[in-house]
Design a protein around this ligand. Structure first.
Ligand code: XMP
Length: 188
């Protein structure tokens, strides 16, 4: 069923703020990688919109790879990161920039980093995330570039989903408890 205007999540970070922050991040990232053999690895599906909008602001020659992983069940991390692709990208001789939508428990970024670093011949690895939750993490991992720091709330939109939906919202929003309850009760 189509999402009506009344069911849309509350805006936490609006479109204009995202665009302005991406402009600034892109300048920093461009300066950092100028003259280096850059491969961007976008962690899907969550970083799809972030990657598309950020990369169009980076006027460098670069290669783009995508990695499909999944770790979330509804509102919570399952505690296990599943790699859904048959093969890993070839990163020999490359400076790798990981892109993810959100740094929450740190599990996803840490597992992806460990997996890719085990590939021989990678020159460097850094990470950029659109969002970082202000909280203690299960893994000691940090991102080199962070779009926005947010509180420990479940967020959706701009690539982030709840049960597969809301990724197409142009802003980051907060899903209220009532929206989660009503959706769950509608399914049971
Ligand atoms: P971890 O906990 O591994 O989280 O750092 C990384 C992945 O979990 C998903 N995630 C969320 N998805 N709203 C979402 O829609 C959230 O608040 C949220 N927190 C974590 C997301 O896929 C992220 O890449």
């Amino acid at each position: 069923m189509e999402q009506s205007i009344h069911t849309l999540p509350r805006v936490l970070i609006d479109e204009a703020s995202i665009a302005a922050r991406l402009d600034a991040l892109a300048v920093e990232i461009t300066d950092f990688y100028r003259g280096k053999p850059l491969t961007v690895v976008a962690i899907l599906s969550g970083s799809l919109l972030f990657a598309a909008d950020l990369l169009r602001r980076i006027p460098l020659p670069l290669q783009l790879e995508c990695l499909n992983v999944s770790s979330y069940n509804g509102l919570e991390s399952s505690g296990v990161v599943h790699f859904l692709d048959d093969r890993l990208p070839s990163l020999e001789g490359r400076c790798v920039l990981l892109l993810d939508d959100i740094l929450d428990t740190g599990l996803t970024l840490d597992e992806v980093r460990l997996k890719l670093v085990s590939e021989a011949g990678l020159v460097s690895m850094h990470a950029a995330v659109l969002l970082q939750k202000r909280k203690a993490r299960a893994r000691e991992v940090c991102a080199d570039w962070v779009g926005f720091e947010i509180g420990d709330k479940f967020v959706v939109g701009y690539g982030l989903d709840y049960e597969g939906e809301y990724r197409n919202l142009p802003y980051v929003g907060v899903l209220e408890a009532s929206q989660v309850r009503s959706r769950n009760s509608g399914k049971s």
